[in-house]
Design a protein around this ligand. Structure first.
Ligand code: 5AD
Ligand code: SF4
Ligand code: FES
Length: 362
């Protein structure tokens, strides 16, 4: 059987076994790859449509207590200048998002687990709810916290939370993190977030040292088992000031990029009604990377709102795009990119995934 005919059979039958997922993630034949992509795009149109939802991204601090081996802002990187935006600066970004009619914002920072940090995030969430009269949706992406803290922020008005598992392989997780970073604790956080009531987002990096197509196939099954609402994935890209700087054992960026697109398509086919982000890391490899992510099945874009004076401080990987562009420039640039592929922006809407809706209305 050719790769193309087996790809057709798997997708027609919707038979997403571990072995079939791994097969789809490792296609060599150009026609088979295109068939996967086109099928995923058709599934996307039928489930979430061709409207792209914006999540305005506010990277409010690069202070992080963790030391993930792959990340440019890990605590062990003494070369990064640390910054924390003031509350007013955060509110200024949020007000701009409101004026531009973005439906929601994401508050992201490194992981800090102090009472002062918990107070601050709560204050930011309440402030943004207030200044927007409840109109801006708020997503948090501030790492592992205890359930009581997650609950406080939820009660303050945050309704989505992003916490990537990075890889569902316990072995690989252990190789990419210091000994005190615990895979089970991370999964427990994902479960508490769901318990508290958040729409939960997770995701993985693609092309990590030693990561196989089978590992990624298991990631997809992990997303399904956890019943997540949102997925964010991108290529692993070495950062020069980290222990993984030389990229040894990792996929070359172009190959990681292509596999990330395949992963987006496979997730769209296997979990049709979730929201999938077309991540900035895709655009770090190819100029049109985010458009290609949308064409592979993604439906969410996170335009950066962070003030340019802070942008260089938030480099998780090398060659991050839009370092000198401000929120205005990214807005129009992204809108043009989205229109260039015949899609539209869902201004003024929260854009919850259909997957999350039944739970929200329940
Ligand atoms: N390459 C790609 N993605 C990275 N992230 C962190 N470091 C890198 C890197 N070197 C991703 C992680 C994290 C998210 C905020 O950024 O998946 O969860
Ligand atoms: Fe901190 Fe997140 Fe980077 Fe890990 S990936 S070092 S938790 S910012
Ligand atoms: Fe930022 Fe194009 S997306 S300038």
């Amino acid at each position: 059987m050719t790769e193309l005919s087996r790809t057709r059979d798997i997708l027609e039958a919707g038979d997403f076994s571990e072995a079939n997922l791994a097969f789809l993630l490792d296609l060599r034949d150009a026609e088979a790859r295109e068939h996967l992509r086109a099928t995923a795009y058709a599934v996307k149109l039928a489930t979430v449509g061709n409207k792209v939802y914006y999540r305005g991204l506010i990277e409010f601090s690069n202070v992080c207590s963790k030391n993930c081996l792959y990340c440019g802002i890990r605590s062990g990187n003494a070369e990064v200048e640390r910054y924390t935006m003031t509350d007013d600066e955060v509110f200024e970004n949020a007000r701009w998002a409101l004026e531009m009619n973005y439906g929601s914002v994401v508050l992201q920072s490194g992981e800090v687990s102090t009472p002062a940090f918990a107070d601050r995030v709560e204050r930011l969430v309440r402030g943004i709810k207030e200044l927007s009269d409840g109109r801006l949706g708020i997503t948090l992406s501030v790492g592992e916290q205890d359930e009581a803290t997650y609950r406080r922020w939820y009660e303050a008005g945050a309704h989505r939370y992003l916490l990537r598992v990075e890889t569902s392989s316990r072995e690989l997780y252990a190789r990419l993190h210091p000994a005190d970073h615990d895979f089970d604790a991370r999964v427990a956080c994902l479960r508490s977030l769901r318990q508290v009531g958040y729409q939960v987002g997770t995701g993985v990096m693609i092309g990590l040292p030693g990561q196989t197509p089978l590992d990624l196939a298991r990631d997809v099954l992990f997303f399904r088992e956890l019943d997540v609402d949102m997925i964010g994935m991108g290529p692993f890209l070495p950062h020069h000031q980290t222990p993984l700087a030389d990229g040894a054992g990792a996929l070359p960026p172009q190959t990681a990029f292509e596999r990330a697109l395949a992963m987006i398509s496979v997730v769209r086919c296997a979990l049709p009604d979730v929201n999938i982000a077309s991540t900035t890391a895709l655009q770090a490899v190819e100029h049109t990377g985010r458009e290609q992510g949308l064409l592979a099945g993604a439906n969410i874009i996170m335009p950066n709102l962070t003030h340019t004076r802070y942008r260089t401080g938030y480099q998780l990987y090398d060659n991050k795009p839009c370092m000198d562009e401000n929120a205005h420039m990214c807005r129009y640039c992204l809108e043009g990119r989205i229109q260039s592929i015949g899609e539209t922006v869902g201004y003024g809407e929260w854009g919850d995934s259909p997957h999350a809706r039944p739970r929200r209305d329940a």
